[in-house]
Design a protein around this ligand. Structure first.
Ligand code: AG3
Length: 278
């Protein structure tokens, strides 16, 4: 048996699977969980690969740590989406963090992740029980949450599904304005932005929307196991922060496997035709 995610133009990313563990329809989306032959459990939402257990760090590390290490002192962090808990887990590795709030719209993703996936090492459950003093989990709409919190966060991380379905609004200019205002005097906003080769138009669209709002915008890419790589990430900067430099001293405590802070500059590698369109 196999699971294949089909991208545009018939490009597929697939895994050999041993069994299907879960197949549920939540209020928002279809959630599936498989056991793969070689990568542990595979989480799929609306037919798109969210992560494979044994390589999810190739996504969560570049999503979280470049921004956290470029910010001089990230204390308050907002995660939008990320119901599996992988992003929150990486955020809390940073000792500077006093408070990390995660706003996930779909309770069912959290439920399935806690019960069957467990990449968070019990973090979600402890957070819900109030046993993680630095973490808070809100089941709700990130767009609404952002509108109500001004001038507050040092880093905002959007770990959403692709810009279709429930996550569509998270790539709009209006949402970026709310995000800019939700950041303090200086801050960083980071979002996953799709496959460089197969969603180039969506990536460029999001980049242009962000340019209208943030003081500076960076686009970087990383090869993620399970996605049509290279995968893109967009960073919006508010105020005096240099995203091209990271704090290597703080990086030492993170136990990283994929993102290499000592080669931070390699993140900015882009196919020539994409760089020329940015
Ligand atoms: N969130 C980003 C998933 C995007 C993948 N898109 C795709 N396969 N077409 C992943 C959730 C992990 N915390």
């Amino acid at each position: 048996m196999e699971f294949i995610e089909w991208y545009p133009r018939g490009y597929g990313v697939g895994f050999k699977v041993i069994s299907k563990i879960i197949d549920v329809e939540s209020k928002y989306q279809k959630i599936e969980l498989y056991e793969t032959e070689g990568f542990g459990k595979l989480l799929v939402i609306d037919g798109t690969v969210q992560l494979v257990e044994e390589s999810e760090r190739s996504y969560h590390e570049p999503l979280v740590h470049p921004a956290m290490l470029a910010h001089p002192n990230p204390k308050k962090v907002l995660v939008i989406g990320g119901g599996d808990g992988g992003t929150l887990r990486e955020v809390l590795k940073h000792k500077t963090v006093e408070k990390a709030v995660m706003v996930e719209i779909d309770e069912k993703v959290v439920e399935v992740s806690m019960k069957y996936l467990k990449i968070d090492g019990g973090l979600l459950e402890r957070t819900i029980k109030g046993e993680e003093p630095r973490a808070e989990l809100i089941i709700g709409d990130g767009v609404e949450y952002m509108k109500k919190h001004k001038d507050h966060f040092d880093v905002i991380i959007v770990d959403s599904t692709d810009p279709v379905g429930p996550a569509k609004l998270l790539f709009s200019e209006e949402f970026y304005r709310d995000a800019y205002e939700a950041l303090g005097e200086k801050g960083l906003y980071i979002t996953q932005a799709g496959s460089v080769y197969l969603f180039t138009d969506e990536l460029l669209g999001a980049y242009k929307n962000m340019k209208k709002v943030f003081d500076r915008v960076y686009c970087f890419s990383f090869p993620v196991i399970g996605y049509a790589s290279p995968w893109s990430f967009l960073v919006g900067v508010k105020g005096e922060i240099d995203f091209t430099k990271v704090d290597l001293a703080r990086a030492k405590d993170l136990n990283l496997q994929y993102y290499d802070p000592e080669r931070h500059e390699t993140l900015f590698q882009m196919p020539k035709y994409v760089r020329e369109l940015l």
